[in-house]
Design a protein around this ligand. Sequence first.
Ligand code: ADP
Ligand code: MG
Length: 261
Amino acid sequence: MALKLEVTNVSKRYVSKSKDRTIQALSDITFAVEEGKILGIVGESGCGKSTLSRIIAGLESPDTGTVQVTGKPHPVISKYVLKNRQRTVQLVFQDPYSSLNPRQPIYKAIDEVVAIYQPALTGSERDERVSDLLGRVGISRDMSNRYAHQFSGGQRQRICIARSLAANPEILLLDEPVSALDVSVRADIINLLLELKSQFNLTYIFVSHDLEIVKHVSDDIMVMNAGKIVEKGSWNEVMENPQDQYTKTLIEAMPKLSRRE
Ligand code: ADP
Ligand code: MG
């Protein structure tokens, strides 16, 4: 199997606002994801998951280390990158409300991404593309003039997913994509993500503070603690034979029945 994503020796340190403290957000992170697989990344709040996600997506650069997508360096976002439509990794965030502009009909949020990545399309071709993307996430065309606040949390996350797909990504980086949603809609969004993954031949990185959420989806799993990888392997290997004490604690905190599934 071809490697889709390779993260090698990535470290990142932040200096606190008062400049009296440094935070080692990531220490020497190395892992790879095969094409078409789902890697679950789990660890408690503050362990560096979102920092790692932003670096992989090219929204931030690491202090040291490299990110490669399909064997090529993945560039940090810049005008050049956008112009050359090189955004093969797209991020989906936890909070679908704050990532949508409240003063913009949701149609526009997707249309502007289509305009960047498919500049040759005519106006009506773009309309069609936006409707198609919304349709794939279960939002009908006649709702597309509404604003973000007129949708439920689950619908807003669907819209954010459609917007990510508008960039024709190869990798979707899902940073706690259902953590802010009602428990009742989480499974719908996860099922939608799984459908889209096979429709678009995507590779997923699914980040969560909750082992229970990633268990339904992960081929492989990586556990982080305080900026370091403490465990990685296939889901079954890790569940049956965890090596690290922190991983053991996470697994013990899961309901017994669900561990064995
Ligand atoms: P997680 O997503 O696992 O909750 P984060 O990646 O958001 O963790 O944060 C990891 C650590 O880095 C935390 O201690 C956080 O406070 C710190 N951090 C993250 N982003 C910044 C930043 N831009 N400036 C300073 N510290 C940051
Ligand atoms: Mg986070």
